[in-house]
Design a protein. Structure first.
Length: 155
């Protein structure tokens, strides 16, 4: 895989981002549709940092970060296109996010669906610890698990 270019998302990236997310799990299992993604990304979310990773001119990943969450920041979304998975791209994007976050705060949070074993392994590999489950948070019978990576206490 060529090294990705990670940059701020623009309106020109919207269709590729929506297609990437609408065609992948866990989003499909959680009930998100192309319409939902269009609503989220039209306009590009205000008050959040939104990044894309581009390889060979194609959007290969997207990340959505909310600052100032529980004495840290919250990675609301990290999605990688099916054609770009298992090549280290998610790790590149996560490292980019972590560098920005840990330059200003000591905690980064993320949620992962309890049924999403690959994502759970990914975040564990990158040093995230389980904080706890939130049962029936998005869909009945499934939990979202809050994870945290820290560089130390907030004070």
């Amino acid at each position: 895989m060529m090294a990705p270019t990670i940059r701020v998302m623009t309106a020109d990236d919207r269709d590729a981002v929506v297609a990437l997310l609408a065609d992948s799990d866990p989003w499909k299992t959680l009930g998100y549709t192309q319409h939902d993604w269009n609503m989220i990304f039209t306009p590009i979310p205000i008050g959040r940092d939104t990044y894309v990773a581009v390889i060979d001119g194609r959007v290969a990943a997207v990340a959505l970060l909310r600052q100032k969450f529980l004495l840290g920041d919250y990675l609301e979304l990290l999605g990688v296109a099916g054609w770009a998975r298992s090549q280290g791209l998610g790790g590149h994007v996560l490292a980019h996010i972590e560098a920005a976050v840990f330059a200003r705060t000591k905690n980064l949070f993320v949620c992962v669906s309890d049924f999403n074993a690959p994502a759970r392994r990914f975040y564990k590999k990158h040093g995230y610890q389980d904080i706890g489950p939130m049962p029936d948070f998005l869909i009945p019978g499934k939990a979202e698990i809050l994870l945290r990576k820290t560089k130390g206490p907030a004070r």
